[in-house]
Each structure stands twice: as structure tokens, then as C-alpha cells.
Design a binder for this molecule. Sequence first.
Ligand code: NAI
Ligand SMILES: CC(C)CCC[C@@H](C)[C@H]1CC[C@H]2C3=C(CC[C@]12C)[C@@]1(C)CCC(=O)C[C@@H]1CC3
Length: 345
Amino acid sequence: MATRVRPSSKRCAVIGGSGFLGRHLVEKLLDRGYSVSVFDIRQSYELPGVTFYQGDLCDKQALLAALKDVSLVFHCASPSPASDDRALFERVNIQGTQTVIQTCIESGVQRLVLTSSASVVFEGTDVKNGREDLPYAKKPIDYYTKTKIEQEKLVLKACDKQKGFLTVAIRPHGIFGPRDPQLVPILVDTARRGKMKFIIGDGTNLVDFTFVENVVHGHILAAERLRADSPICGKPYHITNDEPIRFWDFMSQVLVGLGYPPPRYHLPYSLVYGLALLLWLLSVLLSPLISFKPTFTPMRVALAGTYHYYNCKRAKEDLGYTPVVSLKDAIARTIESYPHLRCEA
Ligand SMILES: NC(=O)C1=CN([C@@H]2O[C@H](COP(=O)(O)OP(=O)(O)OC[C@H]3O[C@@H](n4cnc5c(N)ncnc54)[C@H](O)[C@@H]3O)[C@@H](O)[C@H]2O)C=CC1
Ligand SMILES: CC(C)CCC[C@@H](C)[C@H]1CC[C@H]2C3=C(CC[C@]12C)[C@@]1(C)CCC(=O)C[C@@H]1CC3
């Protein structure tokens, strides 16, 4: 009878490892002595110690090759929230995640760490110091959020101590840092087009922005504590910088750091939200004729004008998590990392 060779616990795979968070995670795993396979639809870099597998996570055969002899899998792939493509989100985040789970089980993977999102409980209204036991959003604000909820449910439900397949979900919020393709580039692009003059609402709303290295730290702690006797099996964990900041203070600090003026004039939240909704509707209705992507989407306006910060006590207690980089240092390092986005005037 053939015996299955137990894969080394230092061999892991990062699905979505070419992305912003994925690459930071890969770099830290290498530092910690892991050998890493990256599975992604694109290859964005090369590194010694990393084997790349290019493919779509919905393709089981392609995934099987990448997960061979791997005991630990991180799943941090998702289409960008900016794509607003319902069919794509459903295919990748829901059906694709089902494929990831089945392939992990078939390949003998023992631990699966999902990158979920704290936004799974966000419905466009204030969340203050939200804990993990808040219910999932009943009316998620966009398809990205809707499919991240389904994805998290699938992964947590798949946790099975009897079968030796353990899962956990990390819920970061507002990830930022060097090489982020989203937050700082969109902010700077909006400023360069003269659209960052206004503060949406009264500007006092507190939110979490989380430095990418803290998010990576949370993932690795979760992976290394994921054992059959641990309380973390099948649970979600908020990972934040644990320093909520006013949304508009954060934006202003980044803008000023890069040489742009901070926003100054206030606009009522409900007016901007209503306009964003109208623009979004127009963009959908007119899509057969013209294609335009509004900068101020309902989701972005909601995020800019409400409170959304989360309690990470559960991660502190169960994972031994504390942020490794303070918000002040994180903002300084982020600004320094974008010399090409500085204001030239
Ligand atoms: N950026 C943020 O503020 C937050 C992100 N997250 C989650 O963190 C994870 C990583 O996000 P980022 O690094 O910011 O995004 P990213 O867009 O930089 O990385 C995602 C990666 O997934 C890959 N990918 C997409 N579809 C795929 C497919 N069908 N098959 C294989 N690979 C595929 C992409 O090529 C990309 O490299 C995502 O799951 C996202 O939902 C959660 C909370 C906040
Ligand atoms: C145009 C301006 C009003 C805002 C510019 C910055 C925004 C692009 C970002 C501010 C908060 C960010 C955020 C996300 C994406 C980028 C922002 C909207 C997420 C939606 C990314 C995916 C998640 O899971 C949740 C994030 C919340 C915060």
C-alpha cells in the first residue's frame, strides 16, 4: 500500500502571491525559513526560494500542481474591488474558493489561512470598535463585499478537526504600505485631477488603516497557531493597527507628505452619497454605449464618510498579536516609498 509522505510544515503556498499583500507575505515567509510556492494568474516578480505557478484558482488541475507536498496554504487572491464585475467576483471569490478548499483537501493540505476583510460586516453605516461577533452585512454595499462574505463562510465551514483540515480567516482593514496599487495611487490620481479639495461629512469619522507588515504578522501568527487543540480553528480575526484615525486626517497626512494640499471644504455626506449612487446607476445603464468609471463610488463615499474601526482583542488574546509597526512610522515609510507620486509643481 502506498503511504503518503507528510509534507514539511515549512513548505507553503501563497495563492495571490503576486499581489500587494501576497508579495509582502511571501517575503516575510522566506525570512522565516519557509519555502514558498506562489500561485497567481500573473507573475509580477522573481525571488530566490520561490516557485511560481501561473494559473487561475478556478482551475483545479493547475492548482493541484502548486499544492503538491504543501502543508500550509494562504489564500489572498481576489479581483480588485475597483473592478465592480459581479460575474468575476462570484466566479473567483465563491466558486474559486470552493475549488481551493477541495484541492487543499485532495492534496493533503492541513492548514488554510484565508485573507477575508473586516468589511464583511460593513453596510455603509457606522461600525465603532466592531468585534468579530457582529453579524455579516445583510445588505452588502457592493459585489466585492457580498462575495467576500460568502468566501469567508465557505472557508470557516470547511474546518474539520476530524479530517485534519484546519482553517482560519484574517480580517484586515484598509491595508496600506509600499507597493500598494490602490489606496495611495487612487488618492494621488484624484488629487492630481483637482478632486481632493473636499471633505465628505464633518471629517471626524474614525477608521482603521492597517500597515501591510502588521497584516502579514497576523497571517503568520494565525498559521503557526493553527493546530487541532487551538481555539482559533474555524474563526475570523480582526487585524488592524489598533490606532483608529480620522479618515480625513489620514488622507491629509499622506497628501501633505507627498506635497499635495490637504482637502479643506466640507460637503454634506448624504448629498455626495446620493450623487455617487446616481453616477454609478448611470455608468451601469450607459455601459452598452460608453464606459466610464466614477472615482467617487458609493462604497468609497461610504468609507470616507462613516466610522469603521474594529476591535482586535480576540487576535491579541488568541494569536498573541500586537502591531509591529506604529501608524506614525507606517505612514512615514509609505510616503517615502512613493517618490514617483510626489507633487512636481
Ligand atoms: N487592500 C485592502 O485594503 C484589503 C484587502 N483585503 C483582501 O486582501 C487580499 C489581497 O488584496 P491585495 O493584495 O490588496 O490585492 P491585489 O490585487 O494586489 O492582489 C490580489 C492578487 O490576486 C490575484 N488573482 C486575482 N484573481 C485571481 C485568480 N482567478 N486566480 C489566481 N490569482 C488571482 C491577482 O493577480 C493579484 O496578484 C484580497 O483577498 C483582498 O480581498 C482585505 C481587506 C483590505
Ligand atoms: C477618492 C477618495 C475619497 C478616497 C481615496 C482612497 C480610497 C481609494 C481608499 C480609502 C479606503 C480604502 C479601502 C479599500 C480600498 C481603497 C479605499 C477605498 C477597501 C475597499 C479594499 C478592500 C477591502 O476589503 C476593504 C477596504 C476598505 C478601505
